[in-house]
Design a protein around this ligand. Structure first.
Ligand SMILES: Nc1ncnc2c1ncn2[C@@H]1O[C@H](COP(=O)(O)OP(=O)(O)OP(=O)(O)O)[C@@H](O)[C@H]1O
Ligand SMILES: [Mg+2]
Length: 258
């Protein structure tokens, strides 16, 4: 259900990737649209993380094309993806437990004073901007000054997502943001993801939580099996059973053939 776009913001065409003898991705094509949340699902080892990493510039595909805003591009690395406006939230979150939310949100990208101040970090400005970002995401309940090591899994996930949108990206890729979260915390992350899409971002989210998160939160579901894209569903028009059946290679027919 793309809101304002006829042209996808990001397109993959015919992506192949192997690791030694393992064919991780075979001829995968995918389109992402601004304002739309797409779920990427599949069994363990189906190639989901590999696909996200190829869009994040972390791994280079062996074959295939990558288009961003209609132009073919070659990503030389993660910085190139980030420059285009593609941000990734990995499963380990890469947060520093001994730092607070503000420090984590700005990690490595702090707002600093001029050279004659020794590029001193402008803490007050960082705090103001972090507060703005959290407010925009309706997360003002999160403490800016508590070490994130003392926070819950859900709060940490939210901080990692806030961090990813700090410089207003156009695409956000999330690898299993609800893994290991309670039902309530996963629901909160789901709301946050809808919030990102409502601000016009294209969102791709890997999840194993088919019956709740994937069906309830996303607009479209893309299924990978053994490195191939085998099915695509409108989330509103499909049951969890049908999605799982496509994942495991059962009968793709409706009516829960499992
Ligand atoms: N760096 C690597 N070196 C060798 N093989 C790899 C590498 N990364 C992934 N693979 C292999 O590629 C295949 C796809 O892996 P990938 O991590 O993309 O799966 P996934 O769908 O994310 O699985 P999961 O749900 O378990 O996270 C697997 O067979 C995996 O072992
Ligand atoms: Mg994975």
């Amino acid at each position: 259900m793309p809101s304002d776009a006829i042209q996808p913001i990001l397109s993959l065409r015919g992506i192949h990737k192997s690791f030694g003898g393992v064919q991780a991705l075979t001829d995968v094509s995918l389109d992402l649209y601004s304002g739309e949340v797409v779920a990427l699902v599949g069994d363990n080892g189906a190639g989901k993380t590999t696909l996200i990493k190829s869009m994040a510039g972390v791994i280079r595909a062996d074959k295939g094309q990558f288009f961003f805003e209609g132009n073919e591009v070659t990503l030389s690395g993660p910085a190139a993806a980030s420059d285009l406006g593609i941000q990734t939230v990995y499963q380990d979150l890469a947060l520093c437990n001994n730092l607070d939310a503000v420090q984590n949100i700005f990690l490595g990208r702090e707002l600093t004073g001029p050279w004659w101040s020794g590029f001193r970090v402008r803490r007050a400005d960082c705090e103001r901007k972090a507060h703005e970002v959290l407010q925009r995401l309706r997360l003002s309940g999160i403490s800016l000054t508590r070490n994130v090591g003392a926070m819950s899994g859900g709060q940490r996930q939210n901080i990692a997502i806030a961090r990813s949108i700090l410089w207003q990206p156009k695409v956000v890729l999330l690898d299993e943001p609800t893994a290991a979260l309670s039902h309530t915390a996963a629901e909160a992350v789901g709301k946050l993801i809808r919030e990102l899409a409502s601000h016009g971002l294209a969102v791709l989210v890997i999840s194993h939580d088919i019956h709740q998160f994937v069906i309830d939160v996303t607009d479209r579901i893309e299924v990978l099996r053994l490195g191939r894209k085998v099915a695509s569903f409108a989330s509103k028009q499909v049951t969890g059973e049908q999605v799982v059946s496509a994942m495991v290679g059962g009968n793709e027919e409706p009516a829960g053939a499992r």
